[in-house]
Ligand binder design. Structure first.
Ligand code: NOJ
Ligand code: CA
Length: 545
């Protein structure tokens, strides 16, 4: 199936442009075999919820590969198999088949930067300095005083180098020491990892989410990173404890990685001749000019580099407007925007912005121009959960945003059978009130708001493919913008504060409120002022101008 012709250039309206991606943290979505850990069968069982009740278009499923689970599956021991913890290949194939029958797309995690130290490649590589697999990883001699080869730091904190006493060298691990970095400068590594892509694309996956896409190439001379005197850690970034102390110019974002992504894109495009395939890359927040490079100079690299900008933007109208405006200005012609408000590495949205603003955030995410990625559980307004130290899995505190999805108020919140001895992580303490069954029955619940926003977005071309324009509403409290096609003009007005406010402008006089985040008003507007209650967001169908 790899008969490469001309590269497939995306036209407007591809599924990954108009659709909404739902991020499933597999361990915590739905357990079907009573071991307390979510599994692939659980996703199959909940396709009605995802496709019909909620109405999302694509699922990104976190890693399900054989793994010692030192980094919850991001430490992979075999890239082309399914860990029995999550199911088997037949279940995976069934998932793909059932999703495609419903028109849902599947994006899987692809982790090119590192393997588990239990991967057979690394077991061989560490056997001796002259093992043929040695060059598949990044090894270096100690400094004369025995210390690590350079000052690079791990994403998890501390040095990125681990000493291997048996062979007398250090190996590089940009994350936990159990996750040695692959050396993409070795041609066999690239071939083997491209074979991994071929394996899953051949089984029908529609896309890959590329883990730490900005990290796969490093400075070949392993030079020290310069210090970063201004570095200030982000309070929401749980994953990079001492990241900001250095300017990561030699261990991240190396220009040579773009060549790899061009080749990867050609491979995806070859499969795309049968059905569109895509790559969405995890790329850290960086200046927009650097970020857009991941689309490729000819839009021939990643379809979408994840945009985490809003996660780190202060939750005020001027700051959000500025962040979106900067992205809109930076995007090259033909490149498509995307937005993310939460994931398994960050504090939960409702904990960052508060429960009232979480509803405004839902409207923002689903009305901006670009592909939204929605983190599982945010549709219920779920908050970070306190995890007692004895039950923690992750040394960085990320468990708080990874707790099992509460389906009901019953035993184990319906996540697992009542007879299951224990769940892998405790439930959020408010699960009896905050769960899918309860919120389905409540006409103005957070789930009801997400359902309404998703169905409205699906039915409204101005939201899916329309243009974006910021509007001056005459107040700093509100973020106001228009989404337009040639036949429709929508105004979105978001009150980012807990005080009522009126926004002014002629844009909406004669229009009609289509949706309030409170789900209780749809009146016509007669004047130039638009009154918003505290923490309210509105979509107004304005007369076209
Ligand atoms: C990013 C993933 O999102 C995170 O969970 C993981 O720990 C690292 N990459 C390493 O794979
Ligand atoms: Ca299970």
């Amino acid at each position: 199936m790899e008969t490469s012709d001309a590269p497939v250039k995306p036209g407007p309206g591809e599924w990954w442009q108009t659709g909404v991606i739902y991020h499933i943290y597999l361990r915590s979505f739905k357990d079907t075999n009573g071991d307390g850990v979510g599994d692939l069968r659980g996703v199959i069982e909940q396709l009605d919820y995802l496709g019909e009740t909620l109405g999302v278009d694509a699922l990104w499923v976190s890693p399900f590969y054989p793994s010692p689970q030192k980094d919850c599956g991001y430490d992979i021991a075999d890239f082309t198999a399914v860990d029995p913890l999550f199911g088997d290949l037949a279940t995976f194939d069934e998932l793909v088949e059932r999703m495609h029958r419903r028109g849902l797309r599947l994006i899987i995690d692809y982790v090119p930067n590192h393997t588990s130290d239990q991967h057979s490649w690394f077991v061989e590589a560490r056997a001796s300095q002259d093992n043929p697999k040695r060059a598949w990883y990044v090894w270096a001699d100690p400094k004369p005083d025995g210390s690590p080869p350079n000052n690079w730091t791990s994403e998890m904190g501390g040095s990125a180098w681990a000493w291997d006493a048996a062979t007398g060298q250090y190996y590089l691990h940009s994350h936990y020491a159990d996750q040695p970095d692959l050396n993409w400068r070795t041609p066999e590594v690239k071939e083997a990892m491209f074979d991994v892509l071929r394996f899953w694309l051949g089984r029908g996956v529609d896309g890959v989410r590329i883990d730490v896409a900005h990290m796969i190439m490093k400075d070949p001379d392993l030079r020290d990173n310069p210090p970063n005197p201004e570095g200030a850690p982000s309070p929401f970034d749980l994953q990079h404890p001492d990241f900001s102390a250095q300017r990561h110019v030699h261990d991240r974002r190396h220009p040579d990685l773009h060549g790899v992504y061009r080749e990867m894109r050609a491979l995806l495009d070859a499969y795309g001749q049968e059905r569109p395939r895509m790559a969405i890359g995890e790329v850290e927040v960086m200046p927009w000019d650097d970020w857009i490079a991941y689309f490729g100079a000819e839009l021939d690299e990643l379809h979408l580099p994840f945009n985490f900008g809003l996660i780190e933007t202060p939750w005020t109208a001027p700051a959000l407007r500025a962040s979106v405006g900067a992205l809109e200005r930076a995007l090259p012609a033909g490149a498509w925007p995307n937005y993310v408000l939460g994931n398994h590495d960050r504090a939960r949205l409702a904990s960052r912005v508060g429960p009232a603003q979480a509803r405004v955030a839902a409207m923002l995410l689903l009305t901006l121009r670009g592909t939204p990625t929605l983190y599982y559980g945010d549709e219920l307004g779920g908050a970070d959960a306190p995890i007692p130290p004895a039950l923690r899995h992750d040394s960085l505190g990320r468990d708080a945003a990874r707790t099992p999805l509460p389906w009901t108020g019953g035993p184990h919140a319906g996540f697992s059978a009542p007879s299951t001895p224990a769940l892998w992580l405790p439930l959020a303490p408010d699960y009896r009130a905050v769960n899918v069954a309860h919120q389905r029955a409540e006409s103005r619940s957070m789930l009801a708001l997400y359902r309404r926003l998703l169905s409205y977005r699906k039915a409204t071309p101005a939201l899916r493919v329309g243009s974006y324009e910021a509007i001056d509403g005459g107040t700093e409290q509100c973020y106001v913008y228009a989404r337009m096609t040639s036949t429709m003009r929508l105004i979105v007005a978001l009150n980012l504060t807990g005080e009522p406010v009126e926004v002014r402008g002629r844009a909406w006089a004669g229009g009609k409120i289509a949706l309030s985040t409170y789900l209780d008003r749809t009146e016509s507007l007669r004047q130039d002022t638009l009154p918003l209650r505290a923490d309210e967001g509105l979509i107004v169908e304005a007369p076209h101008q």
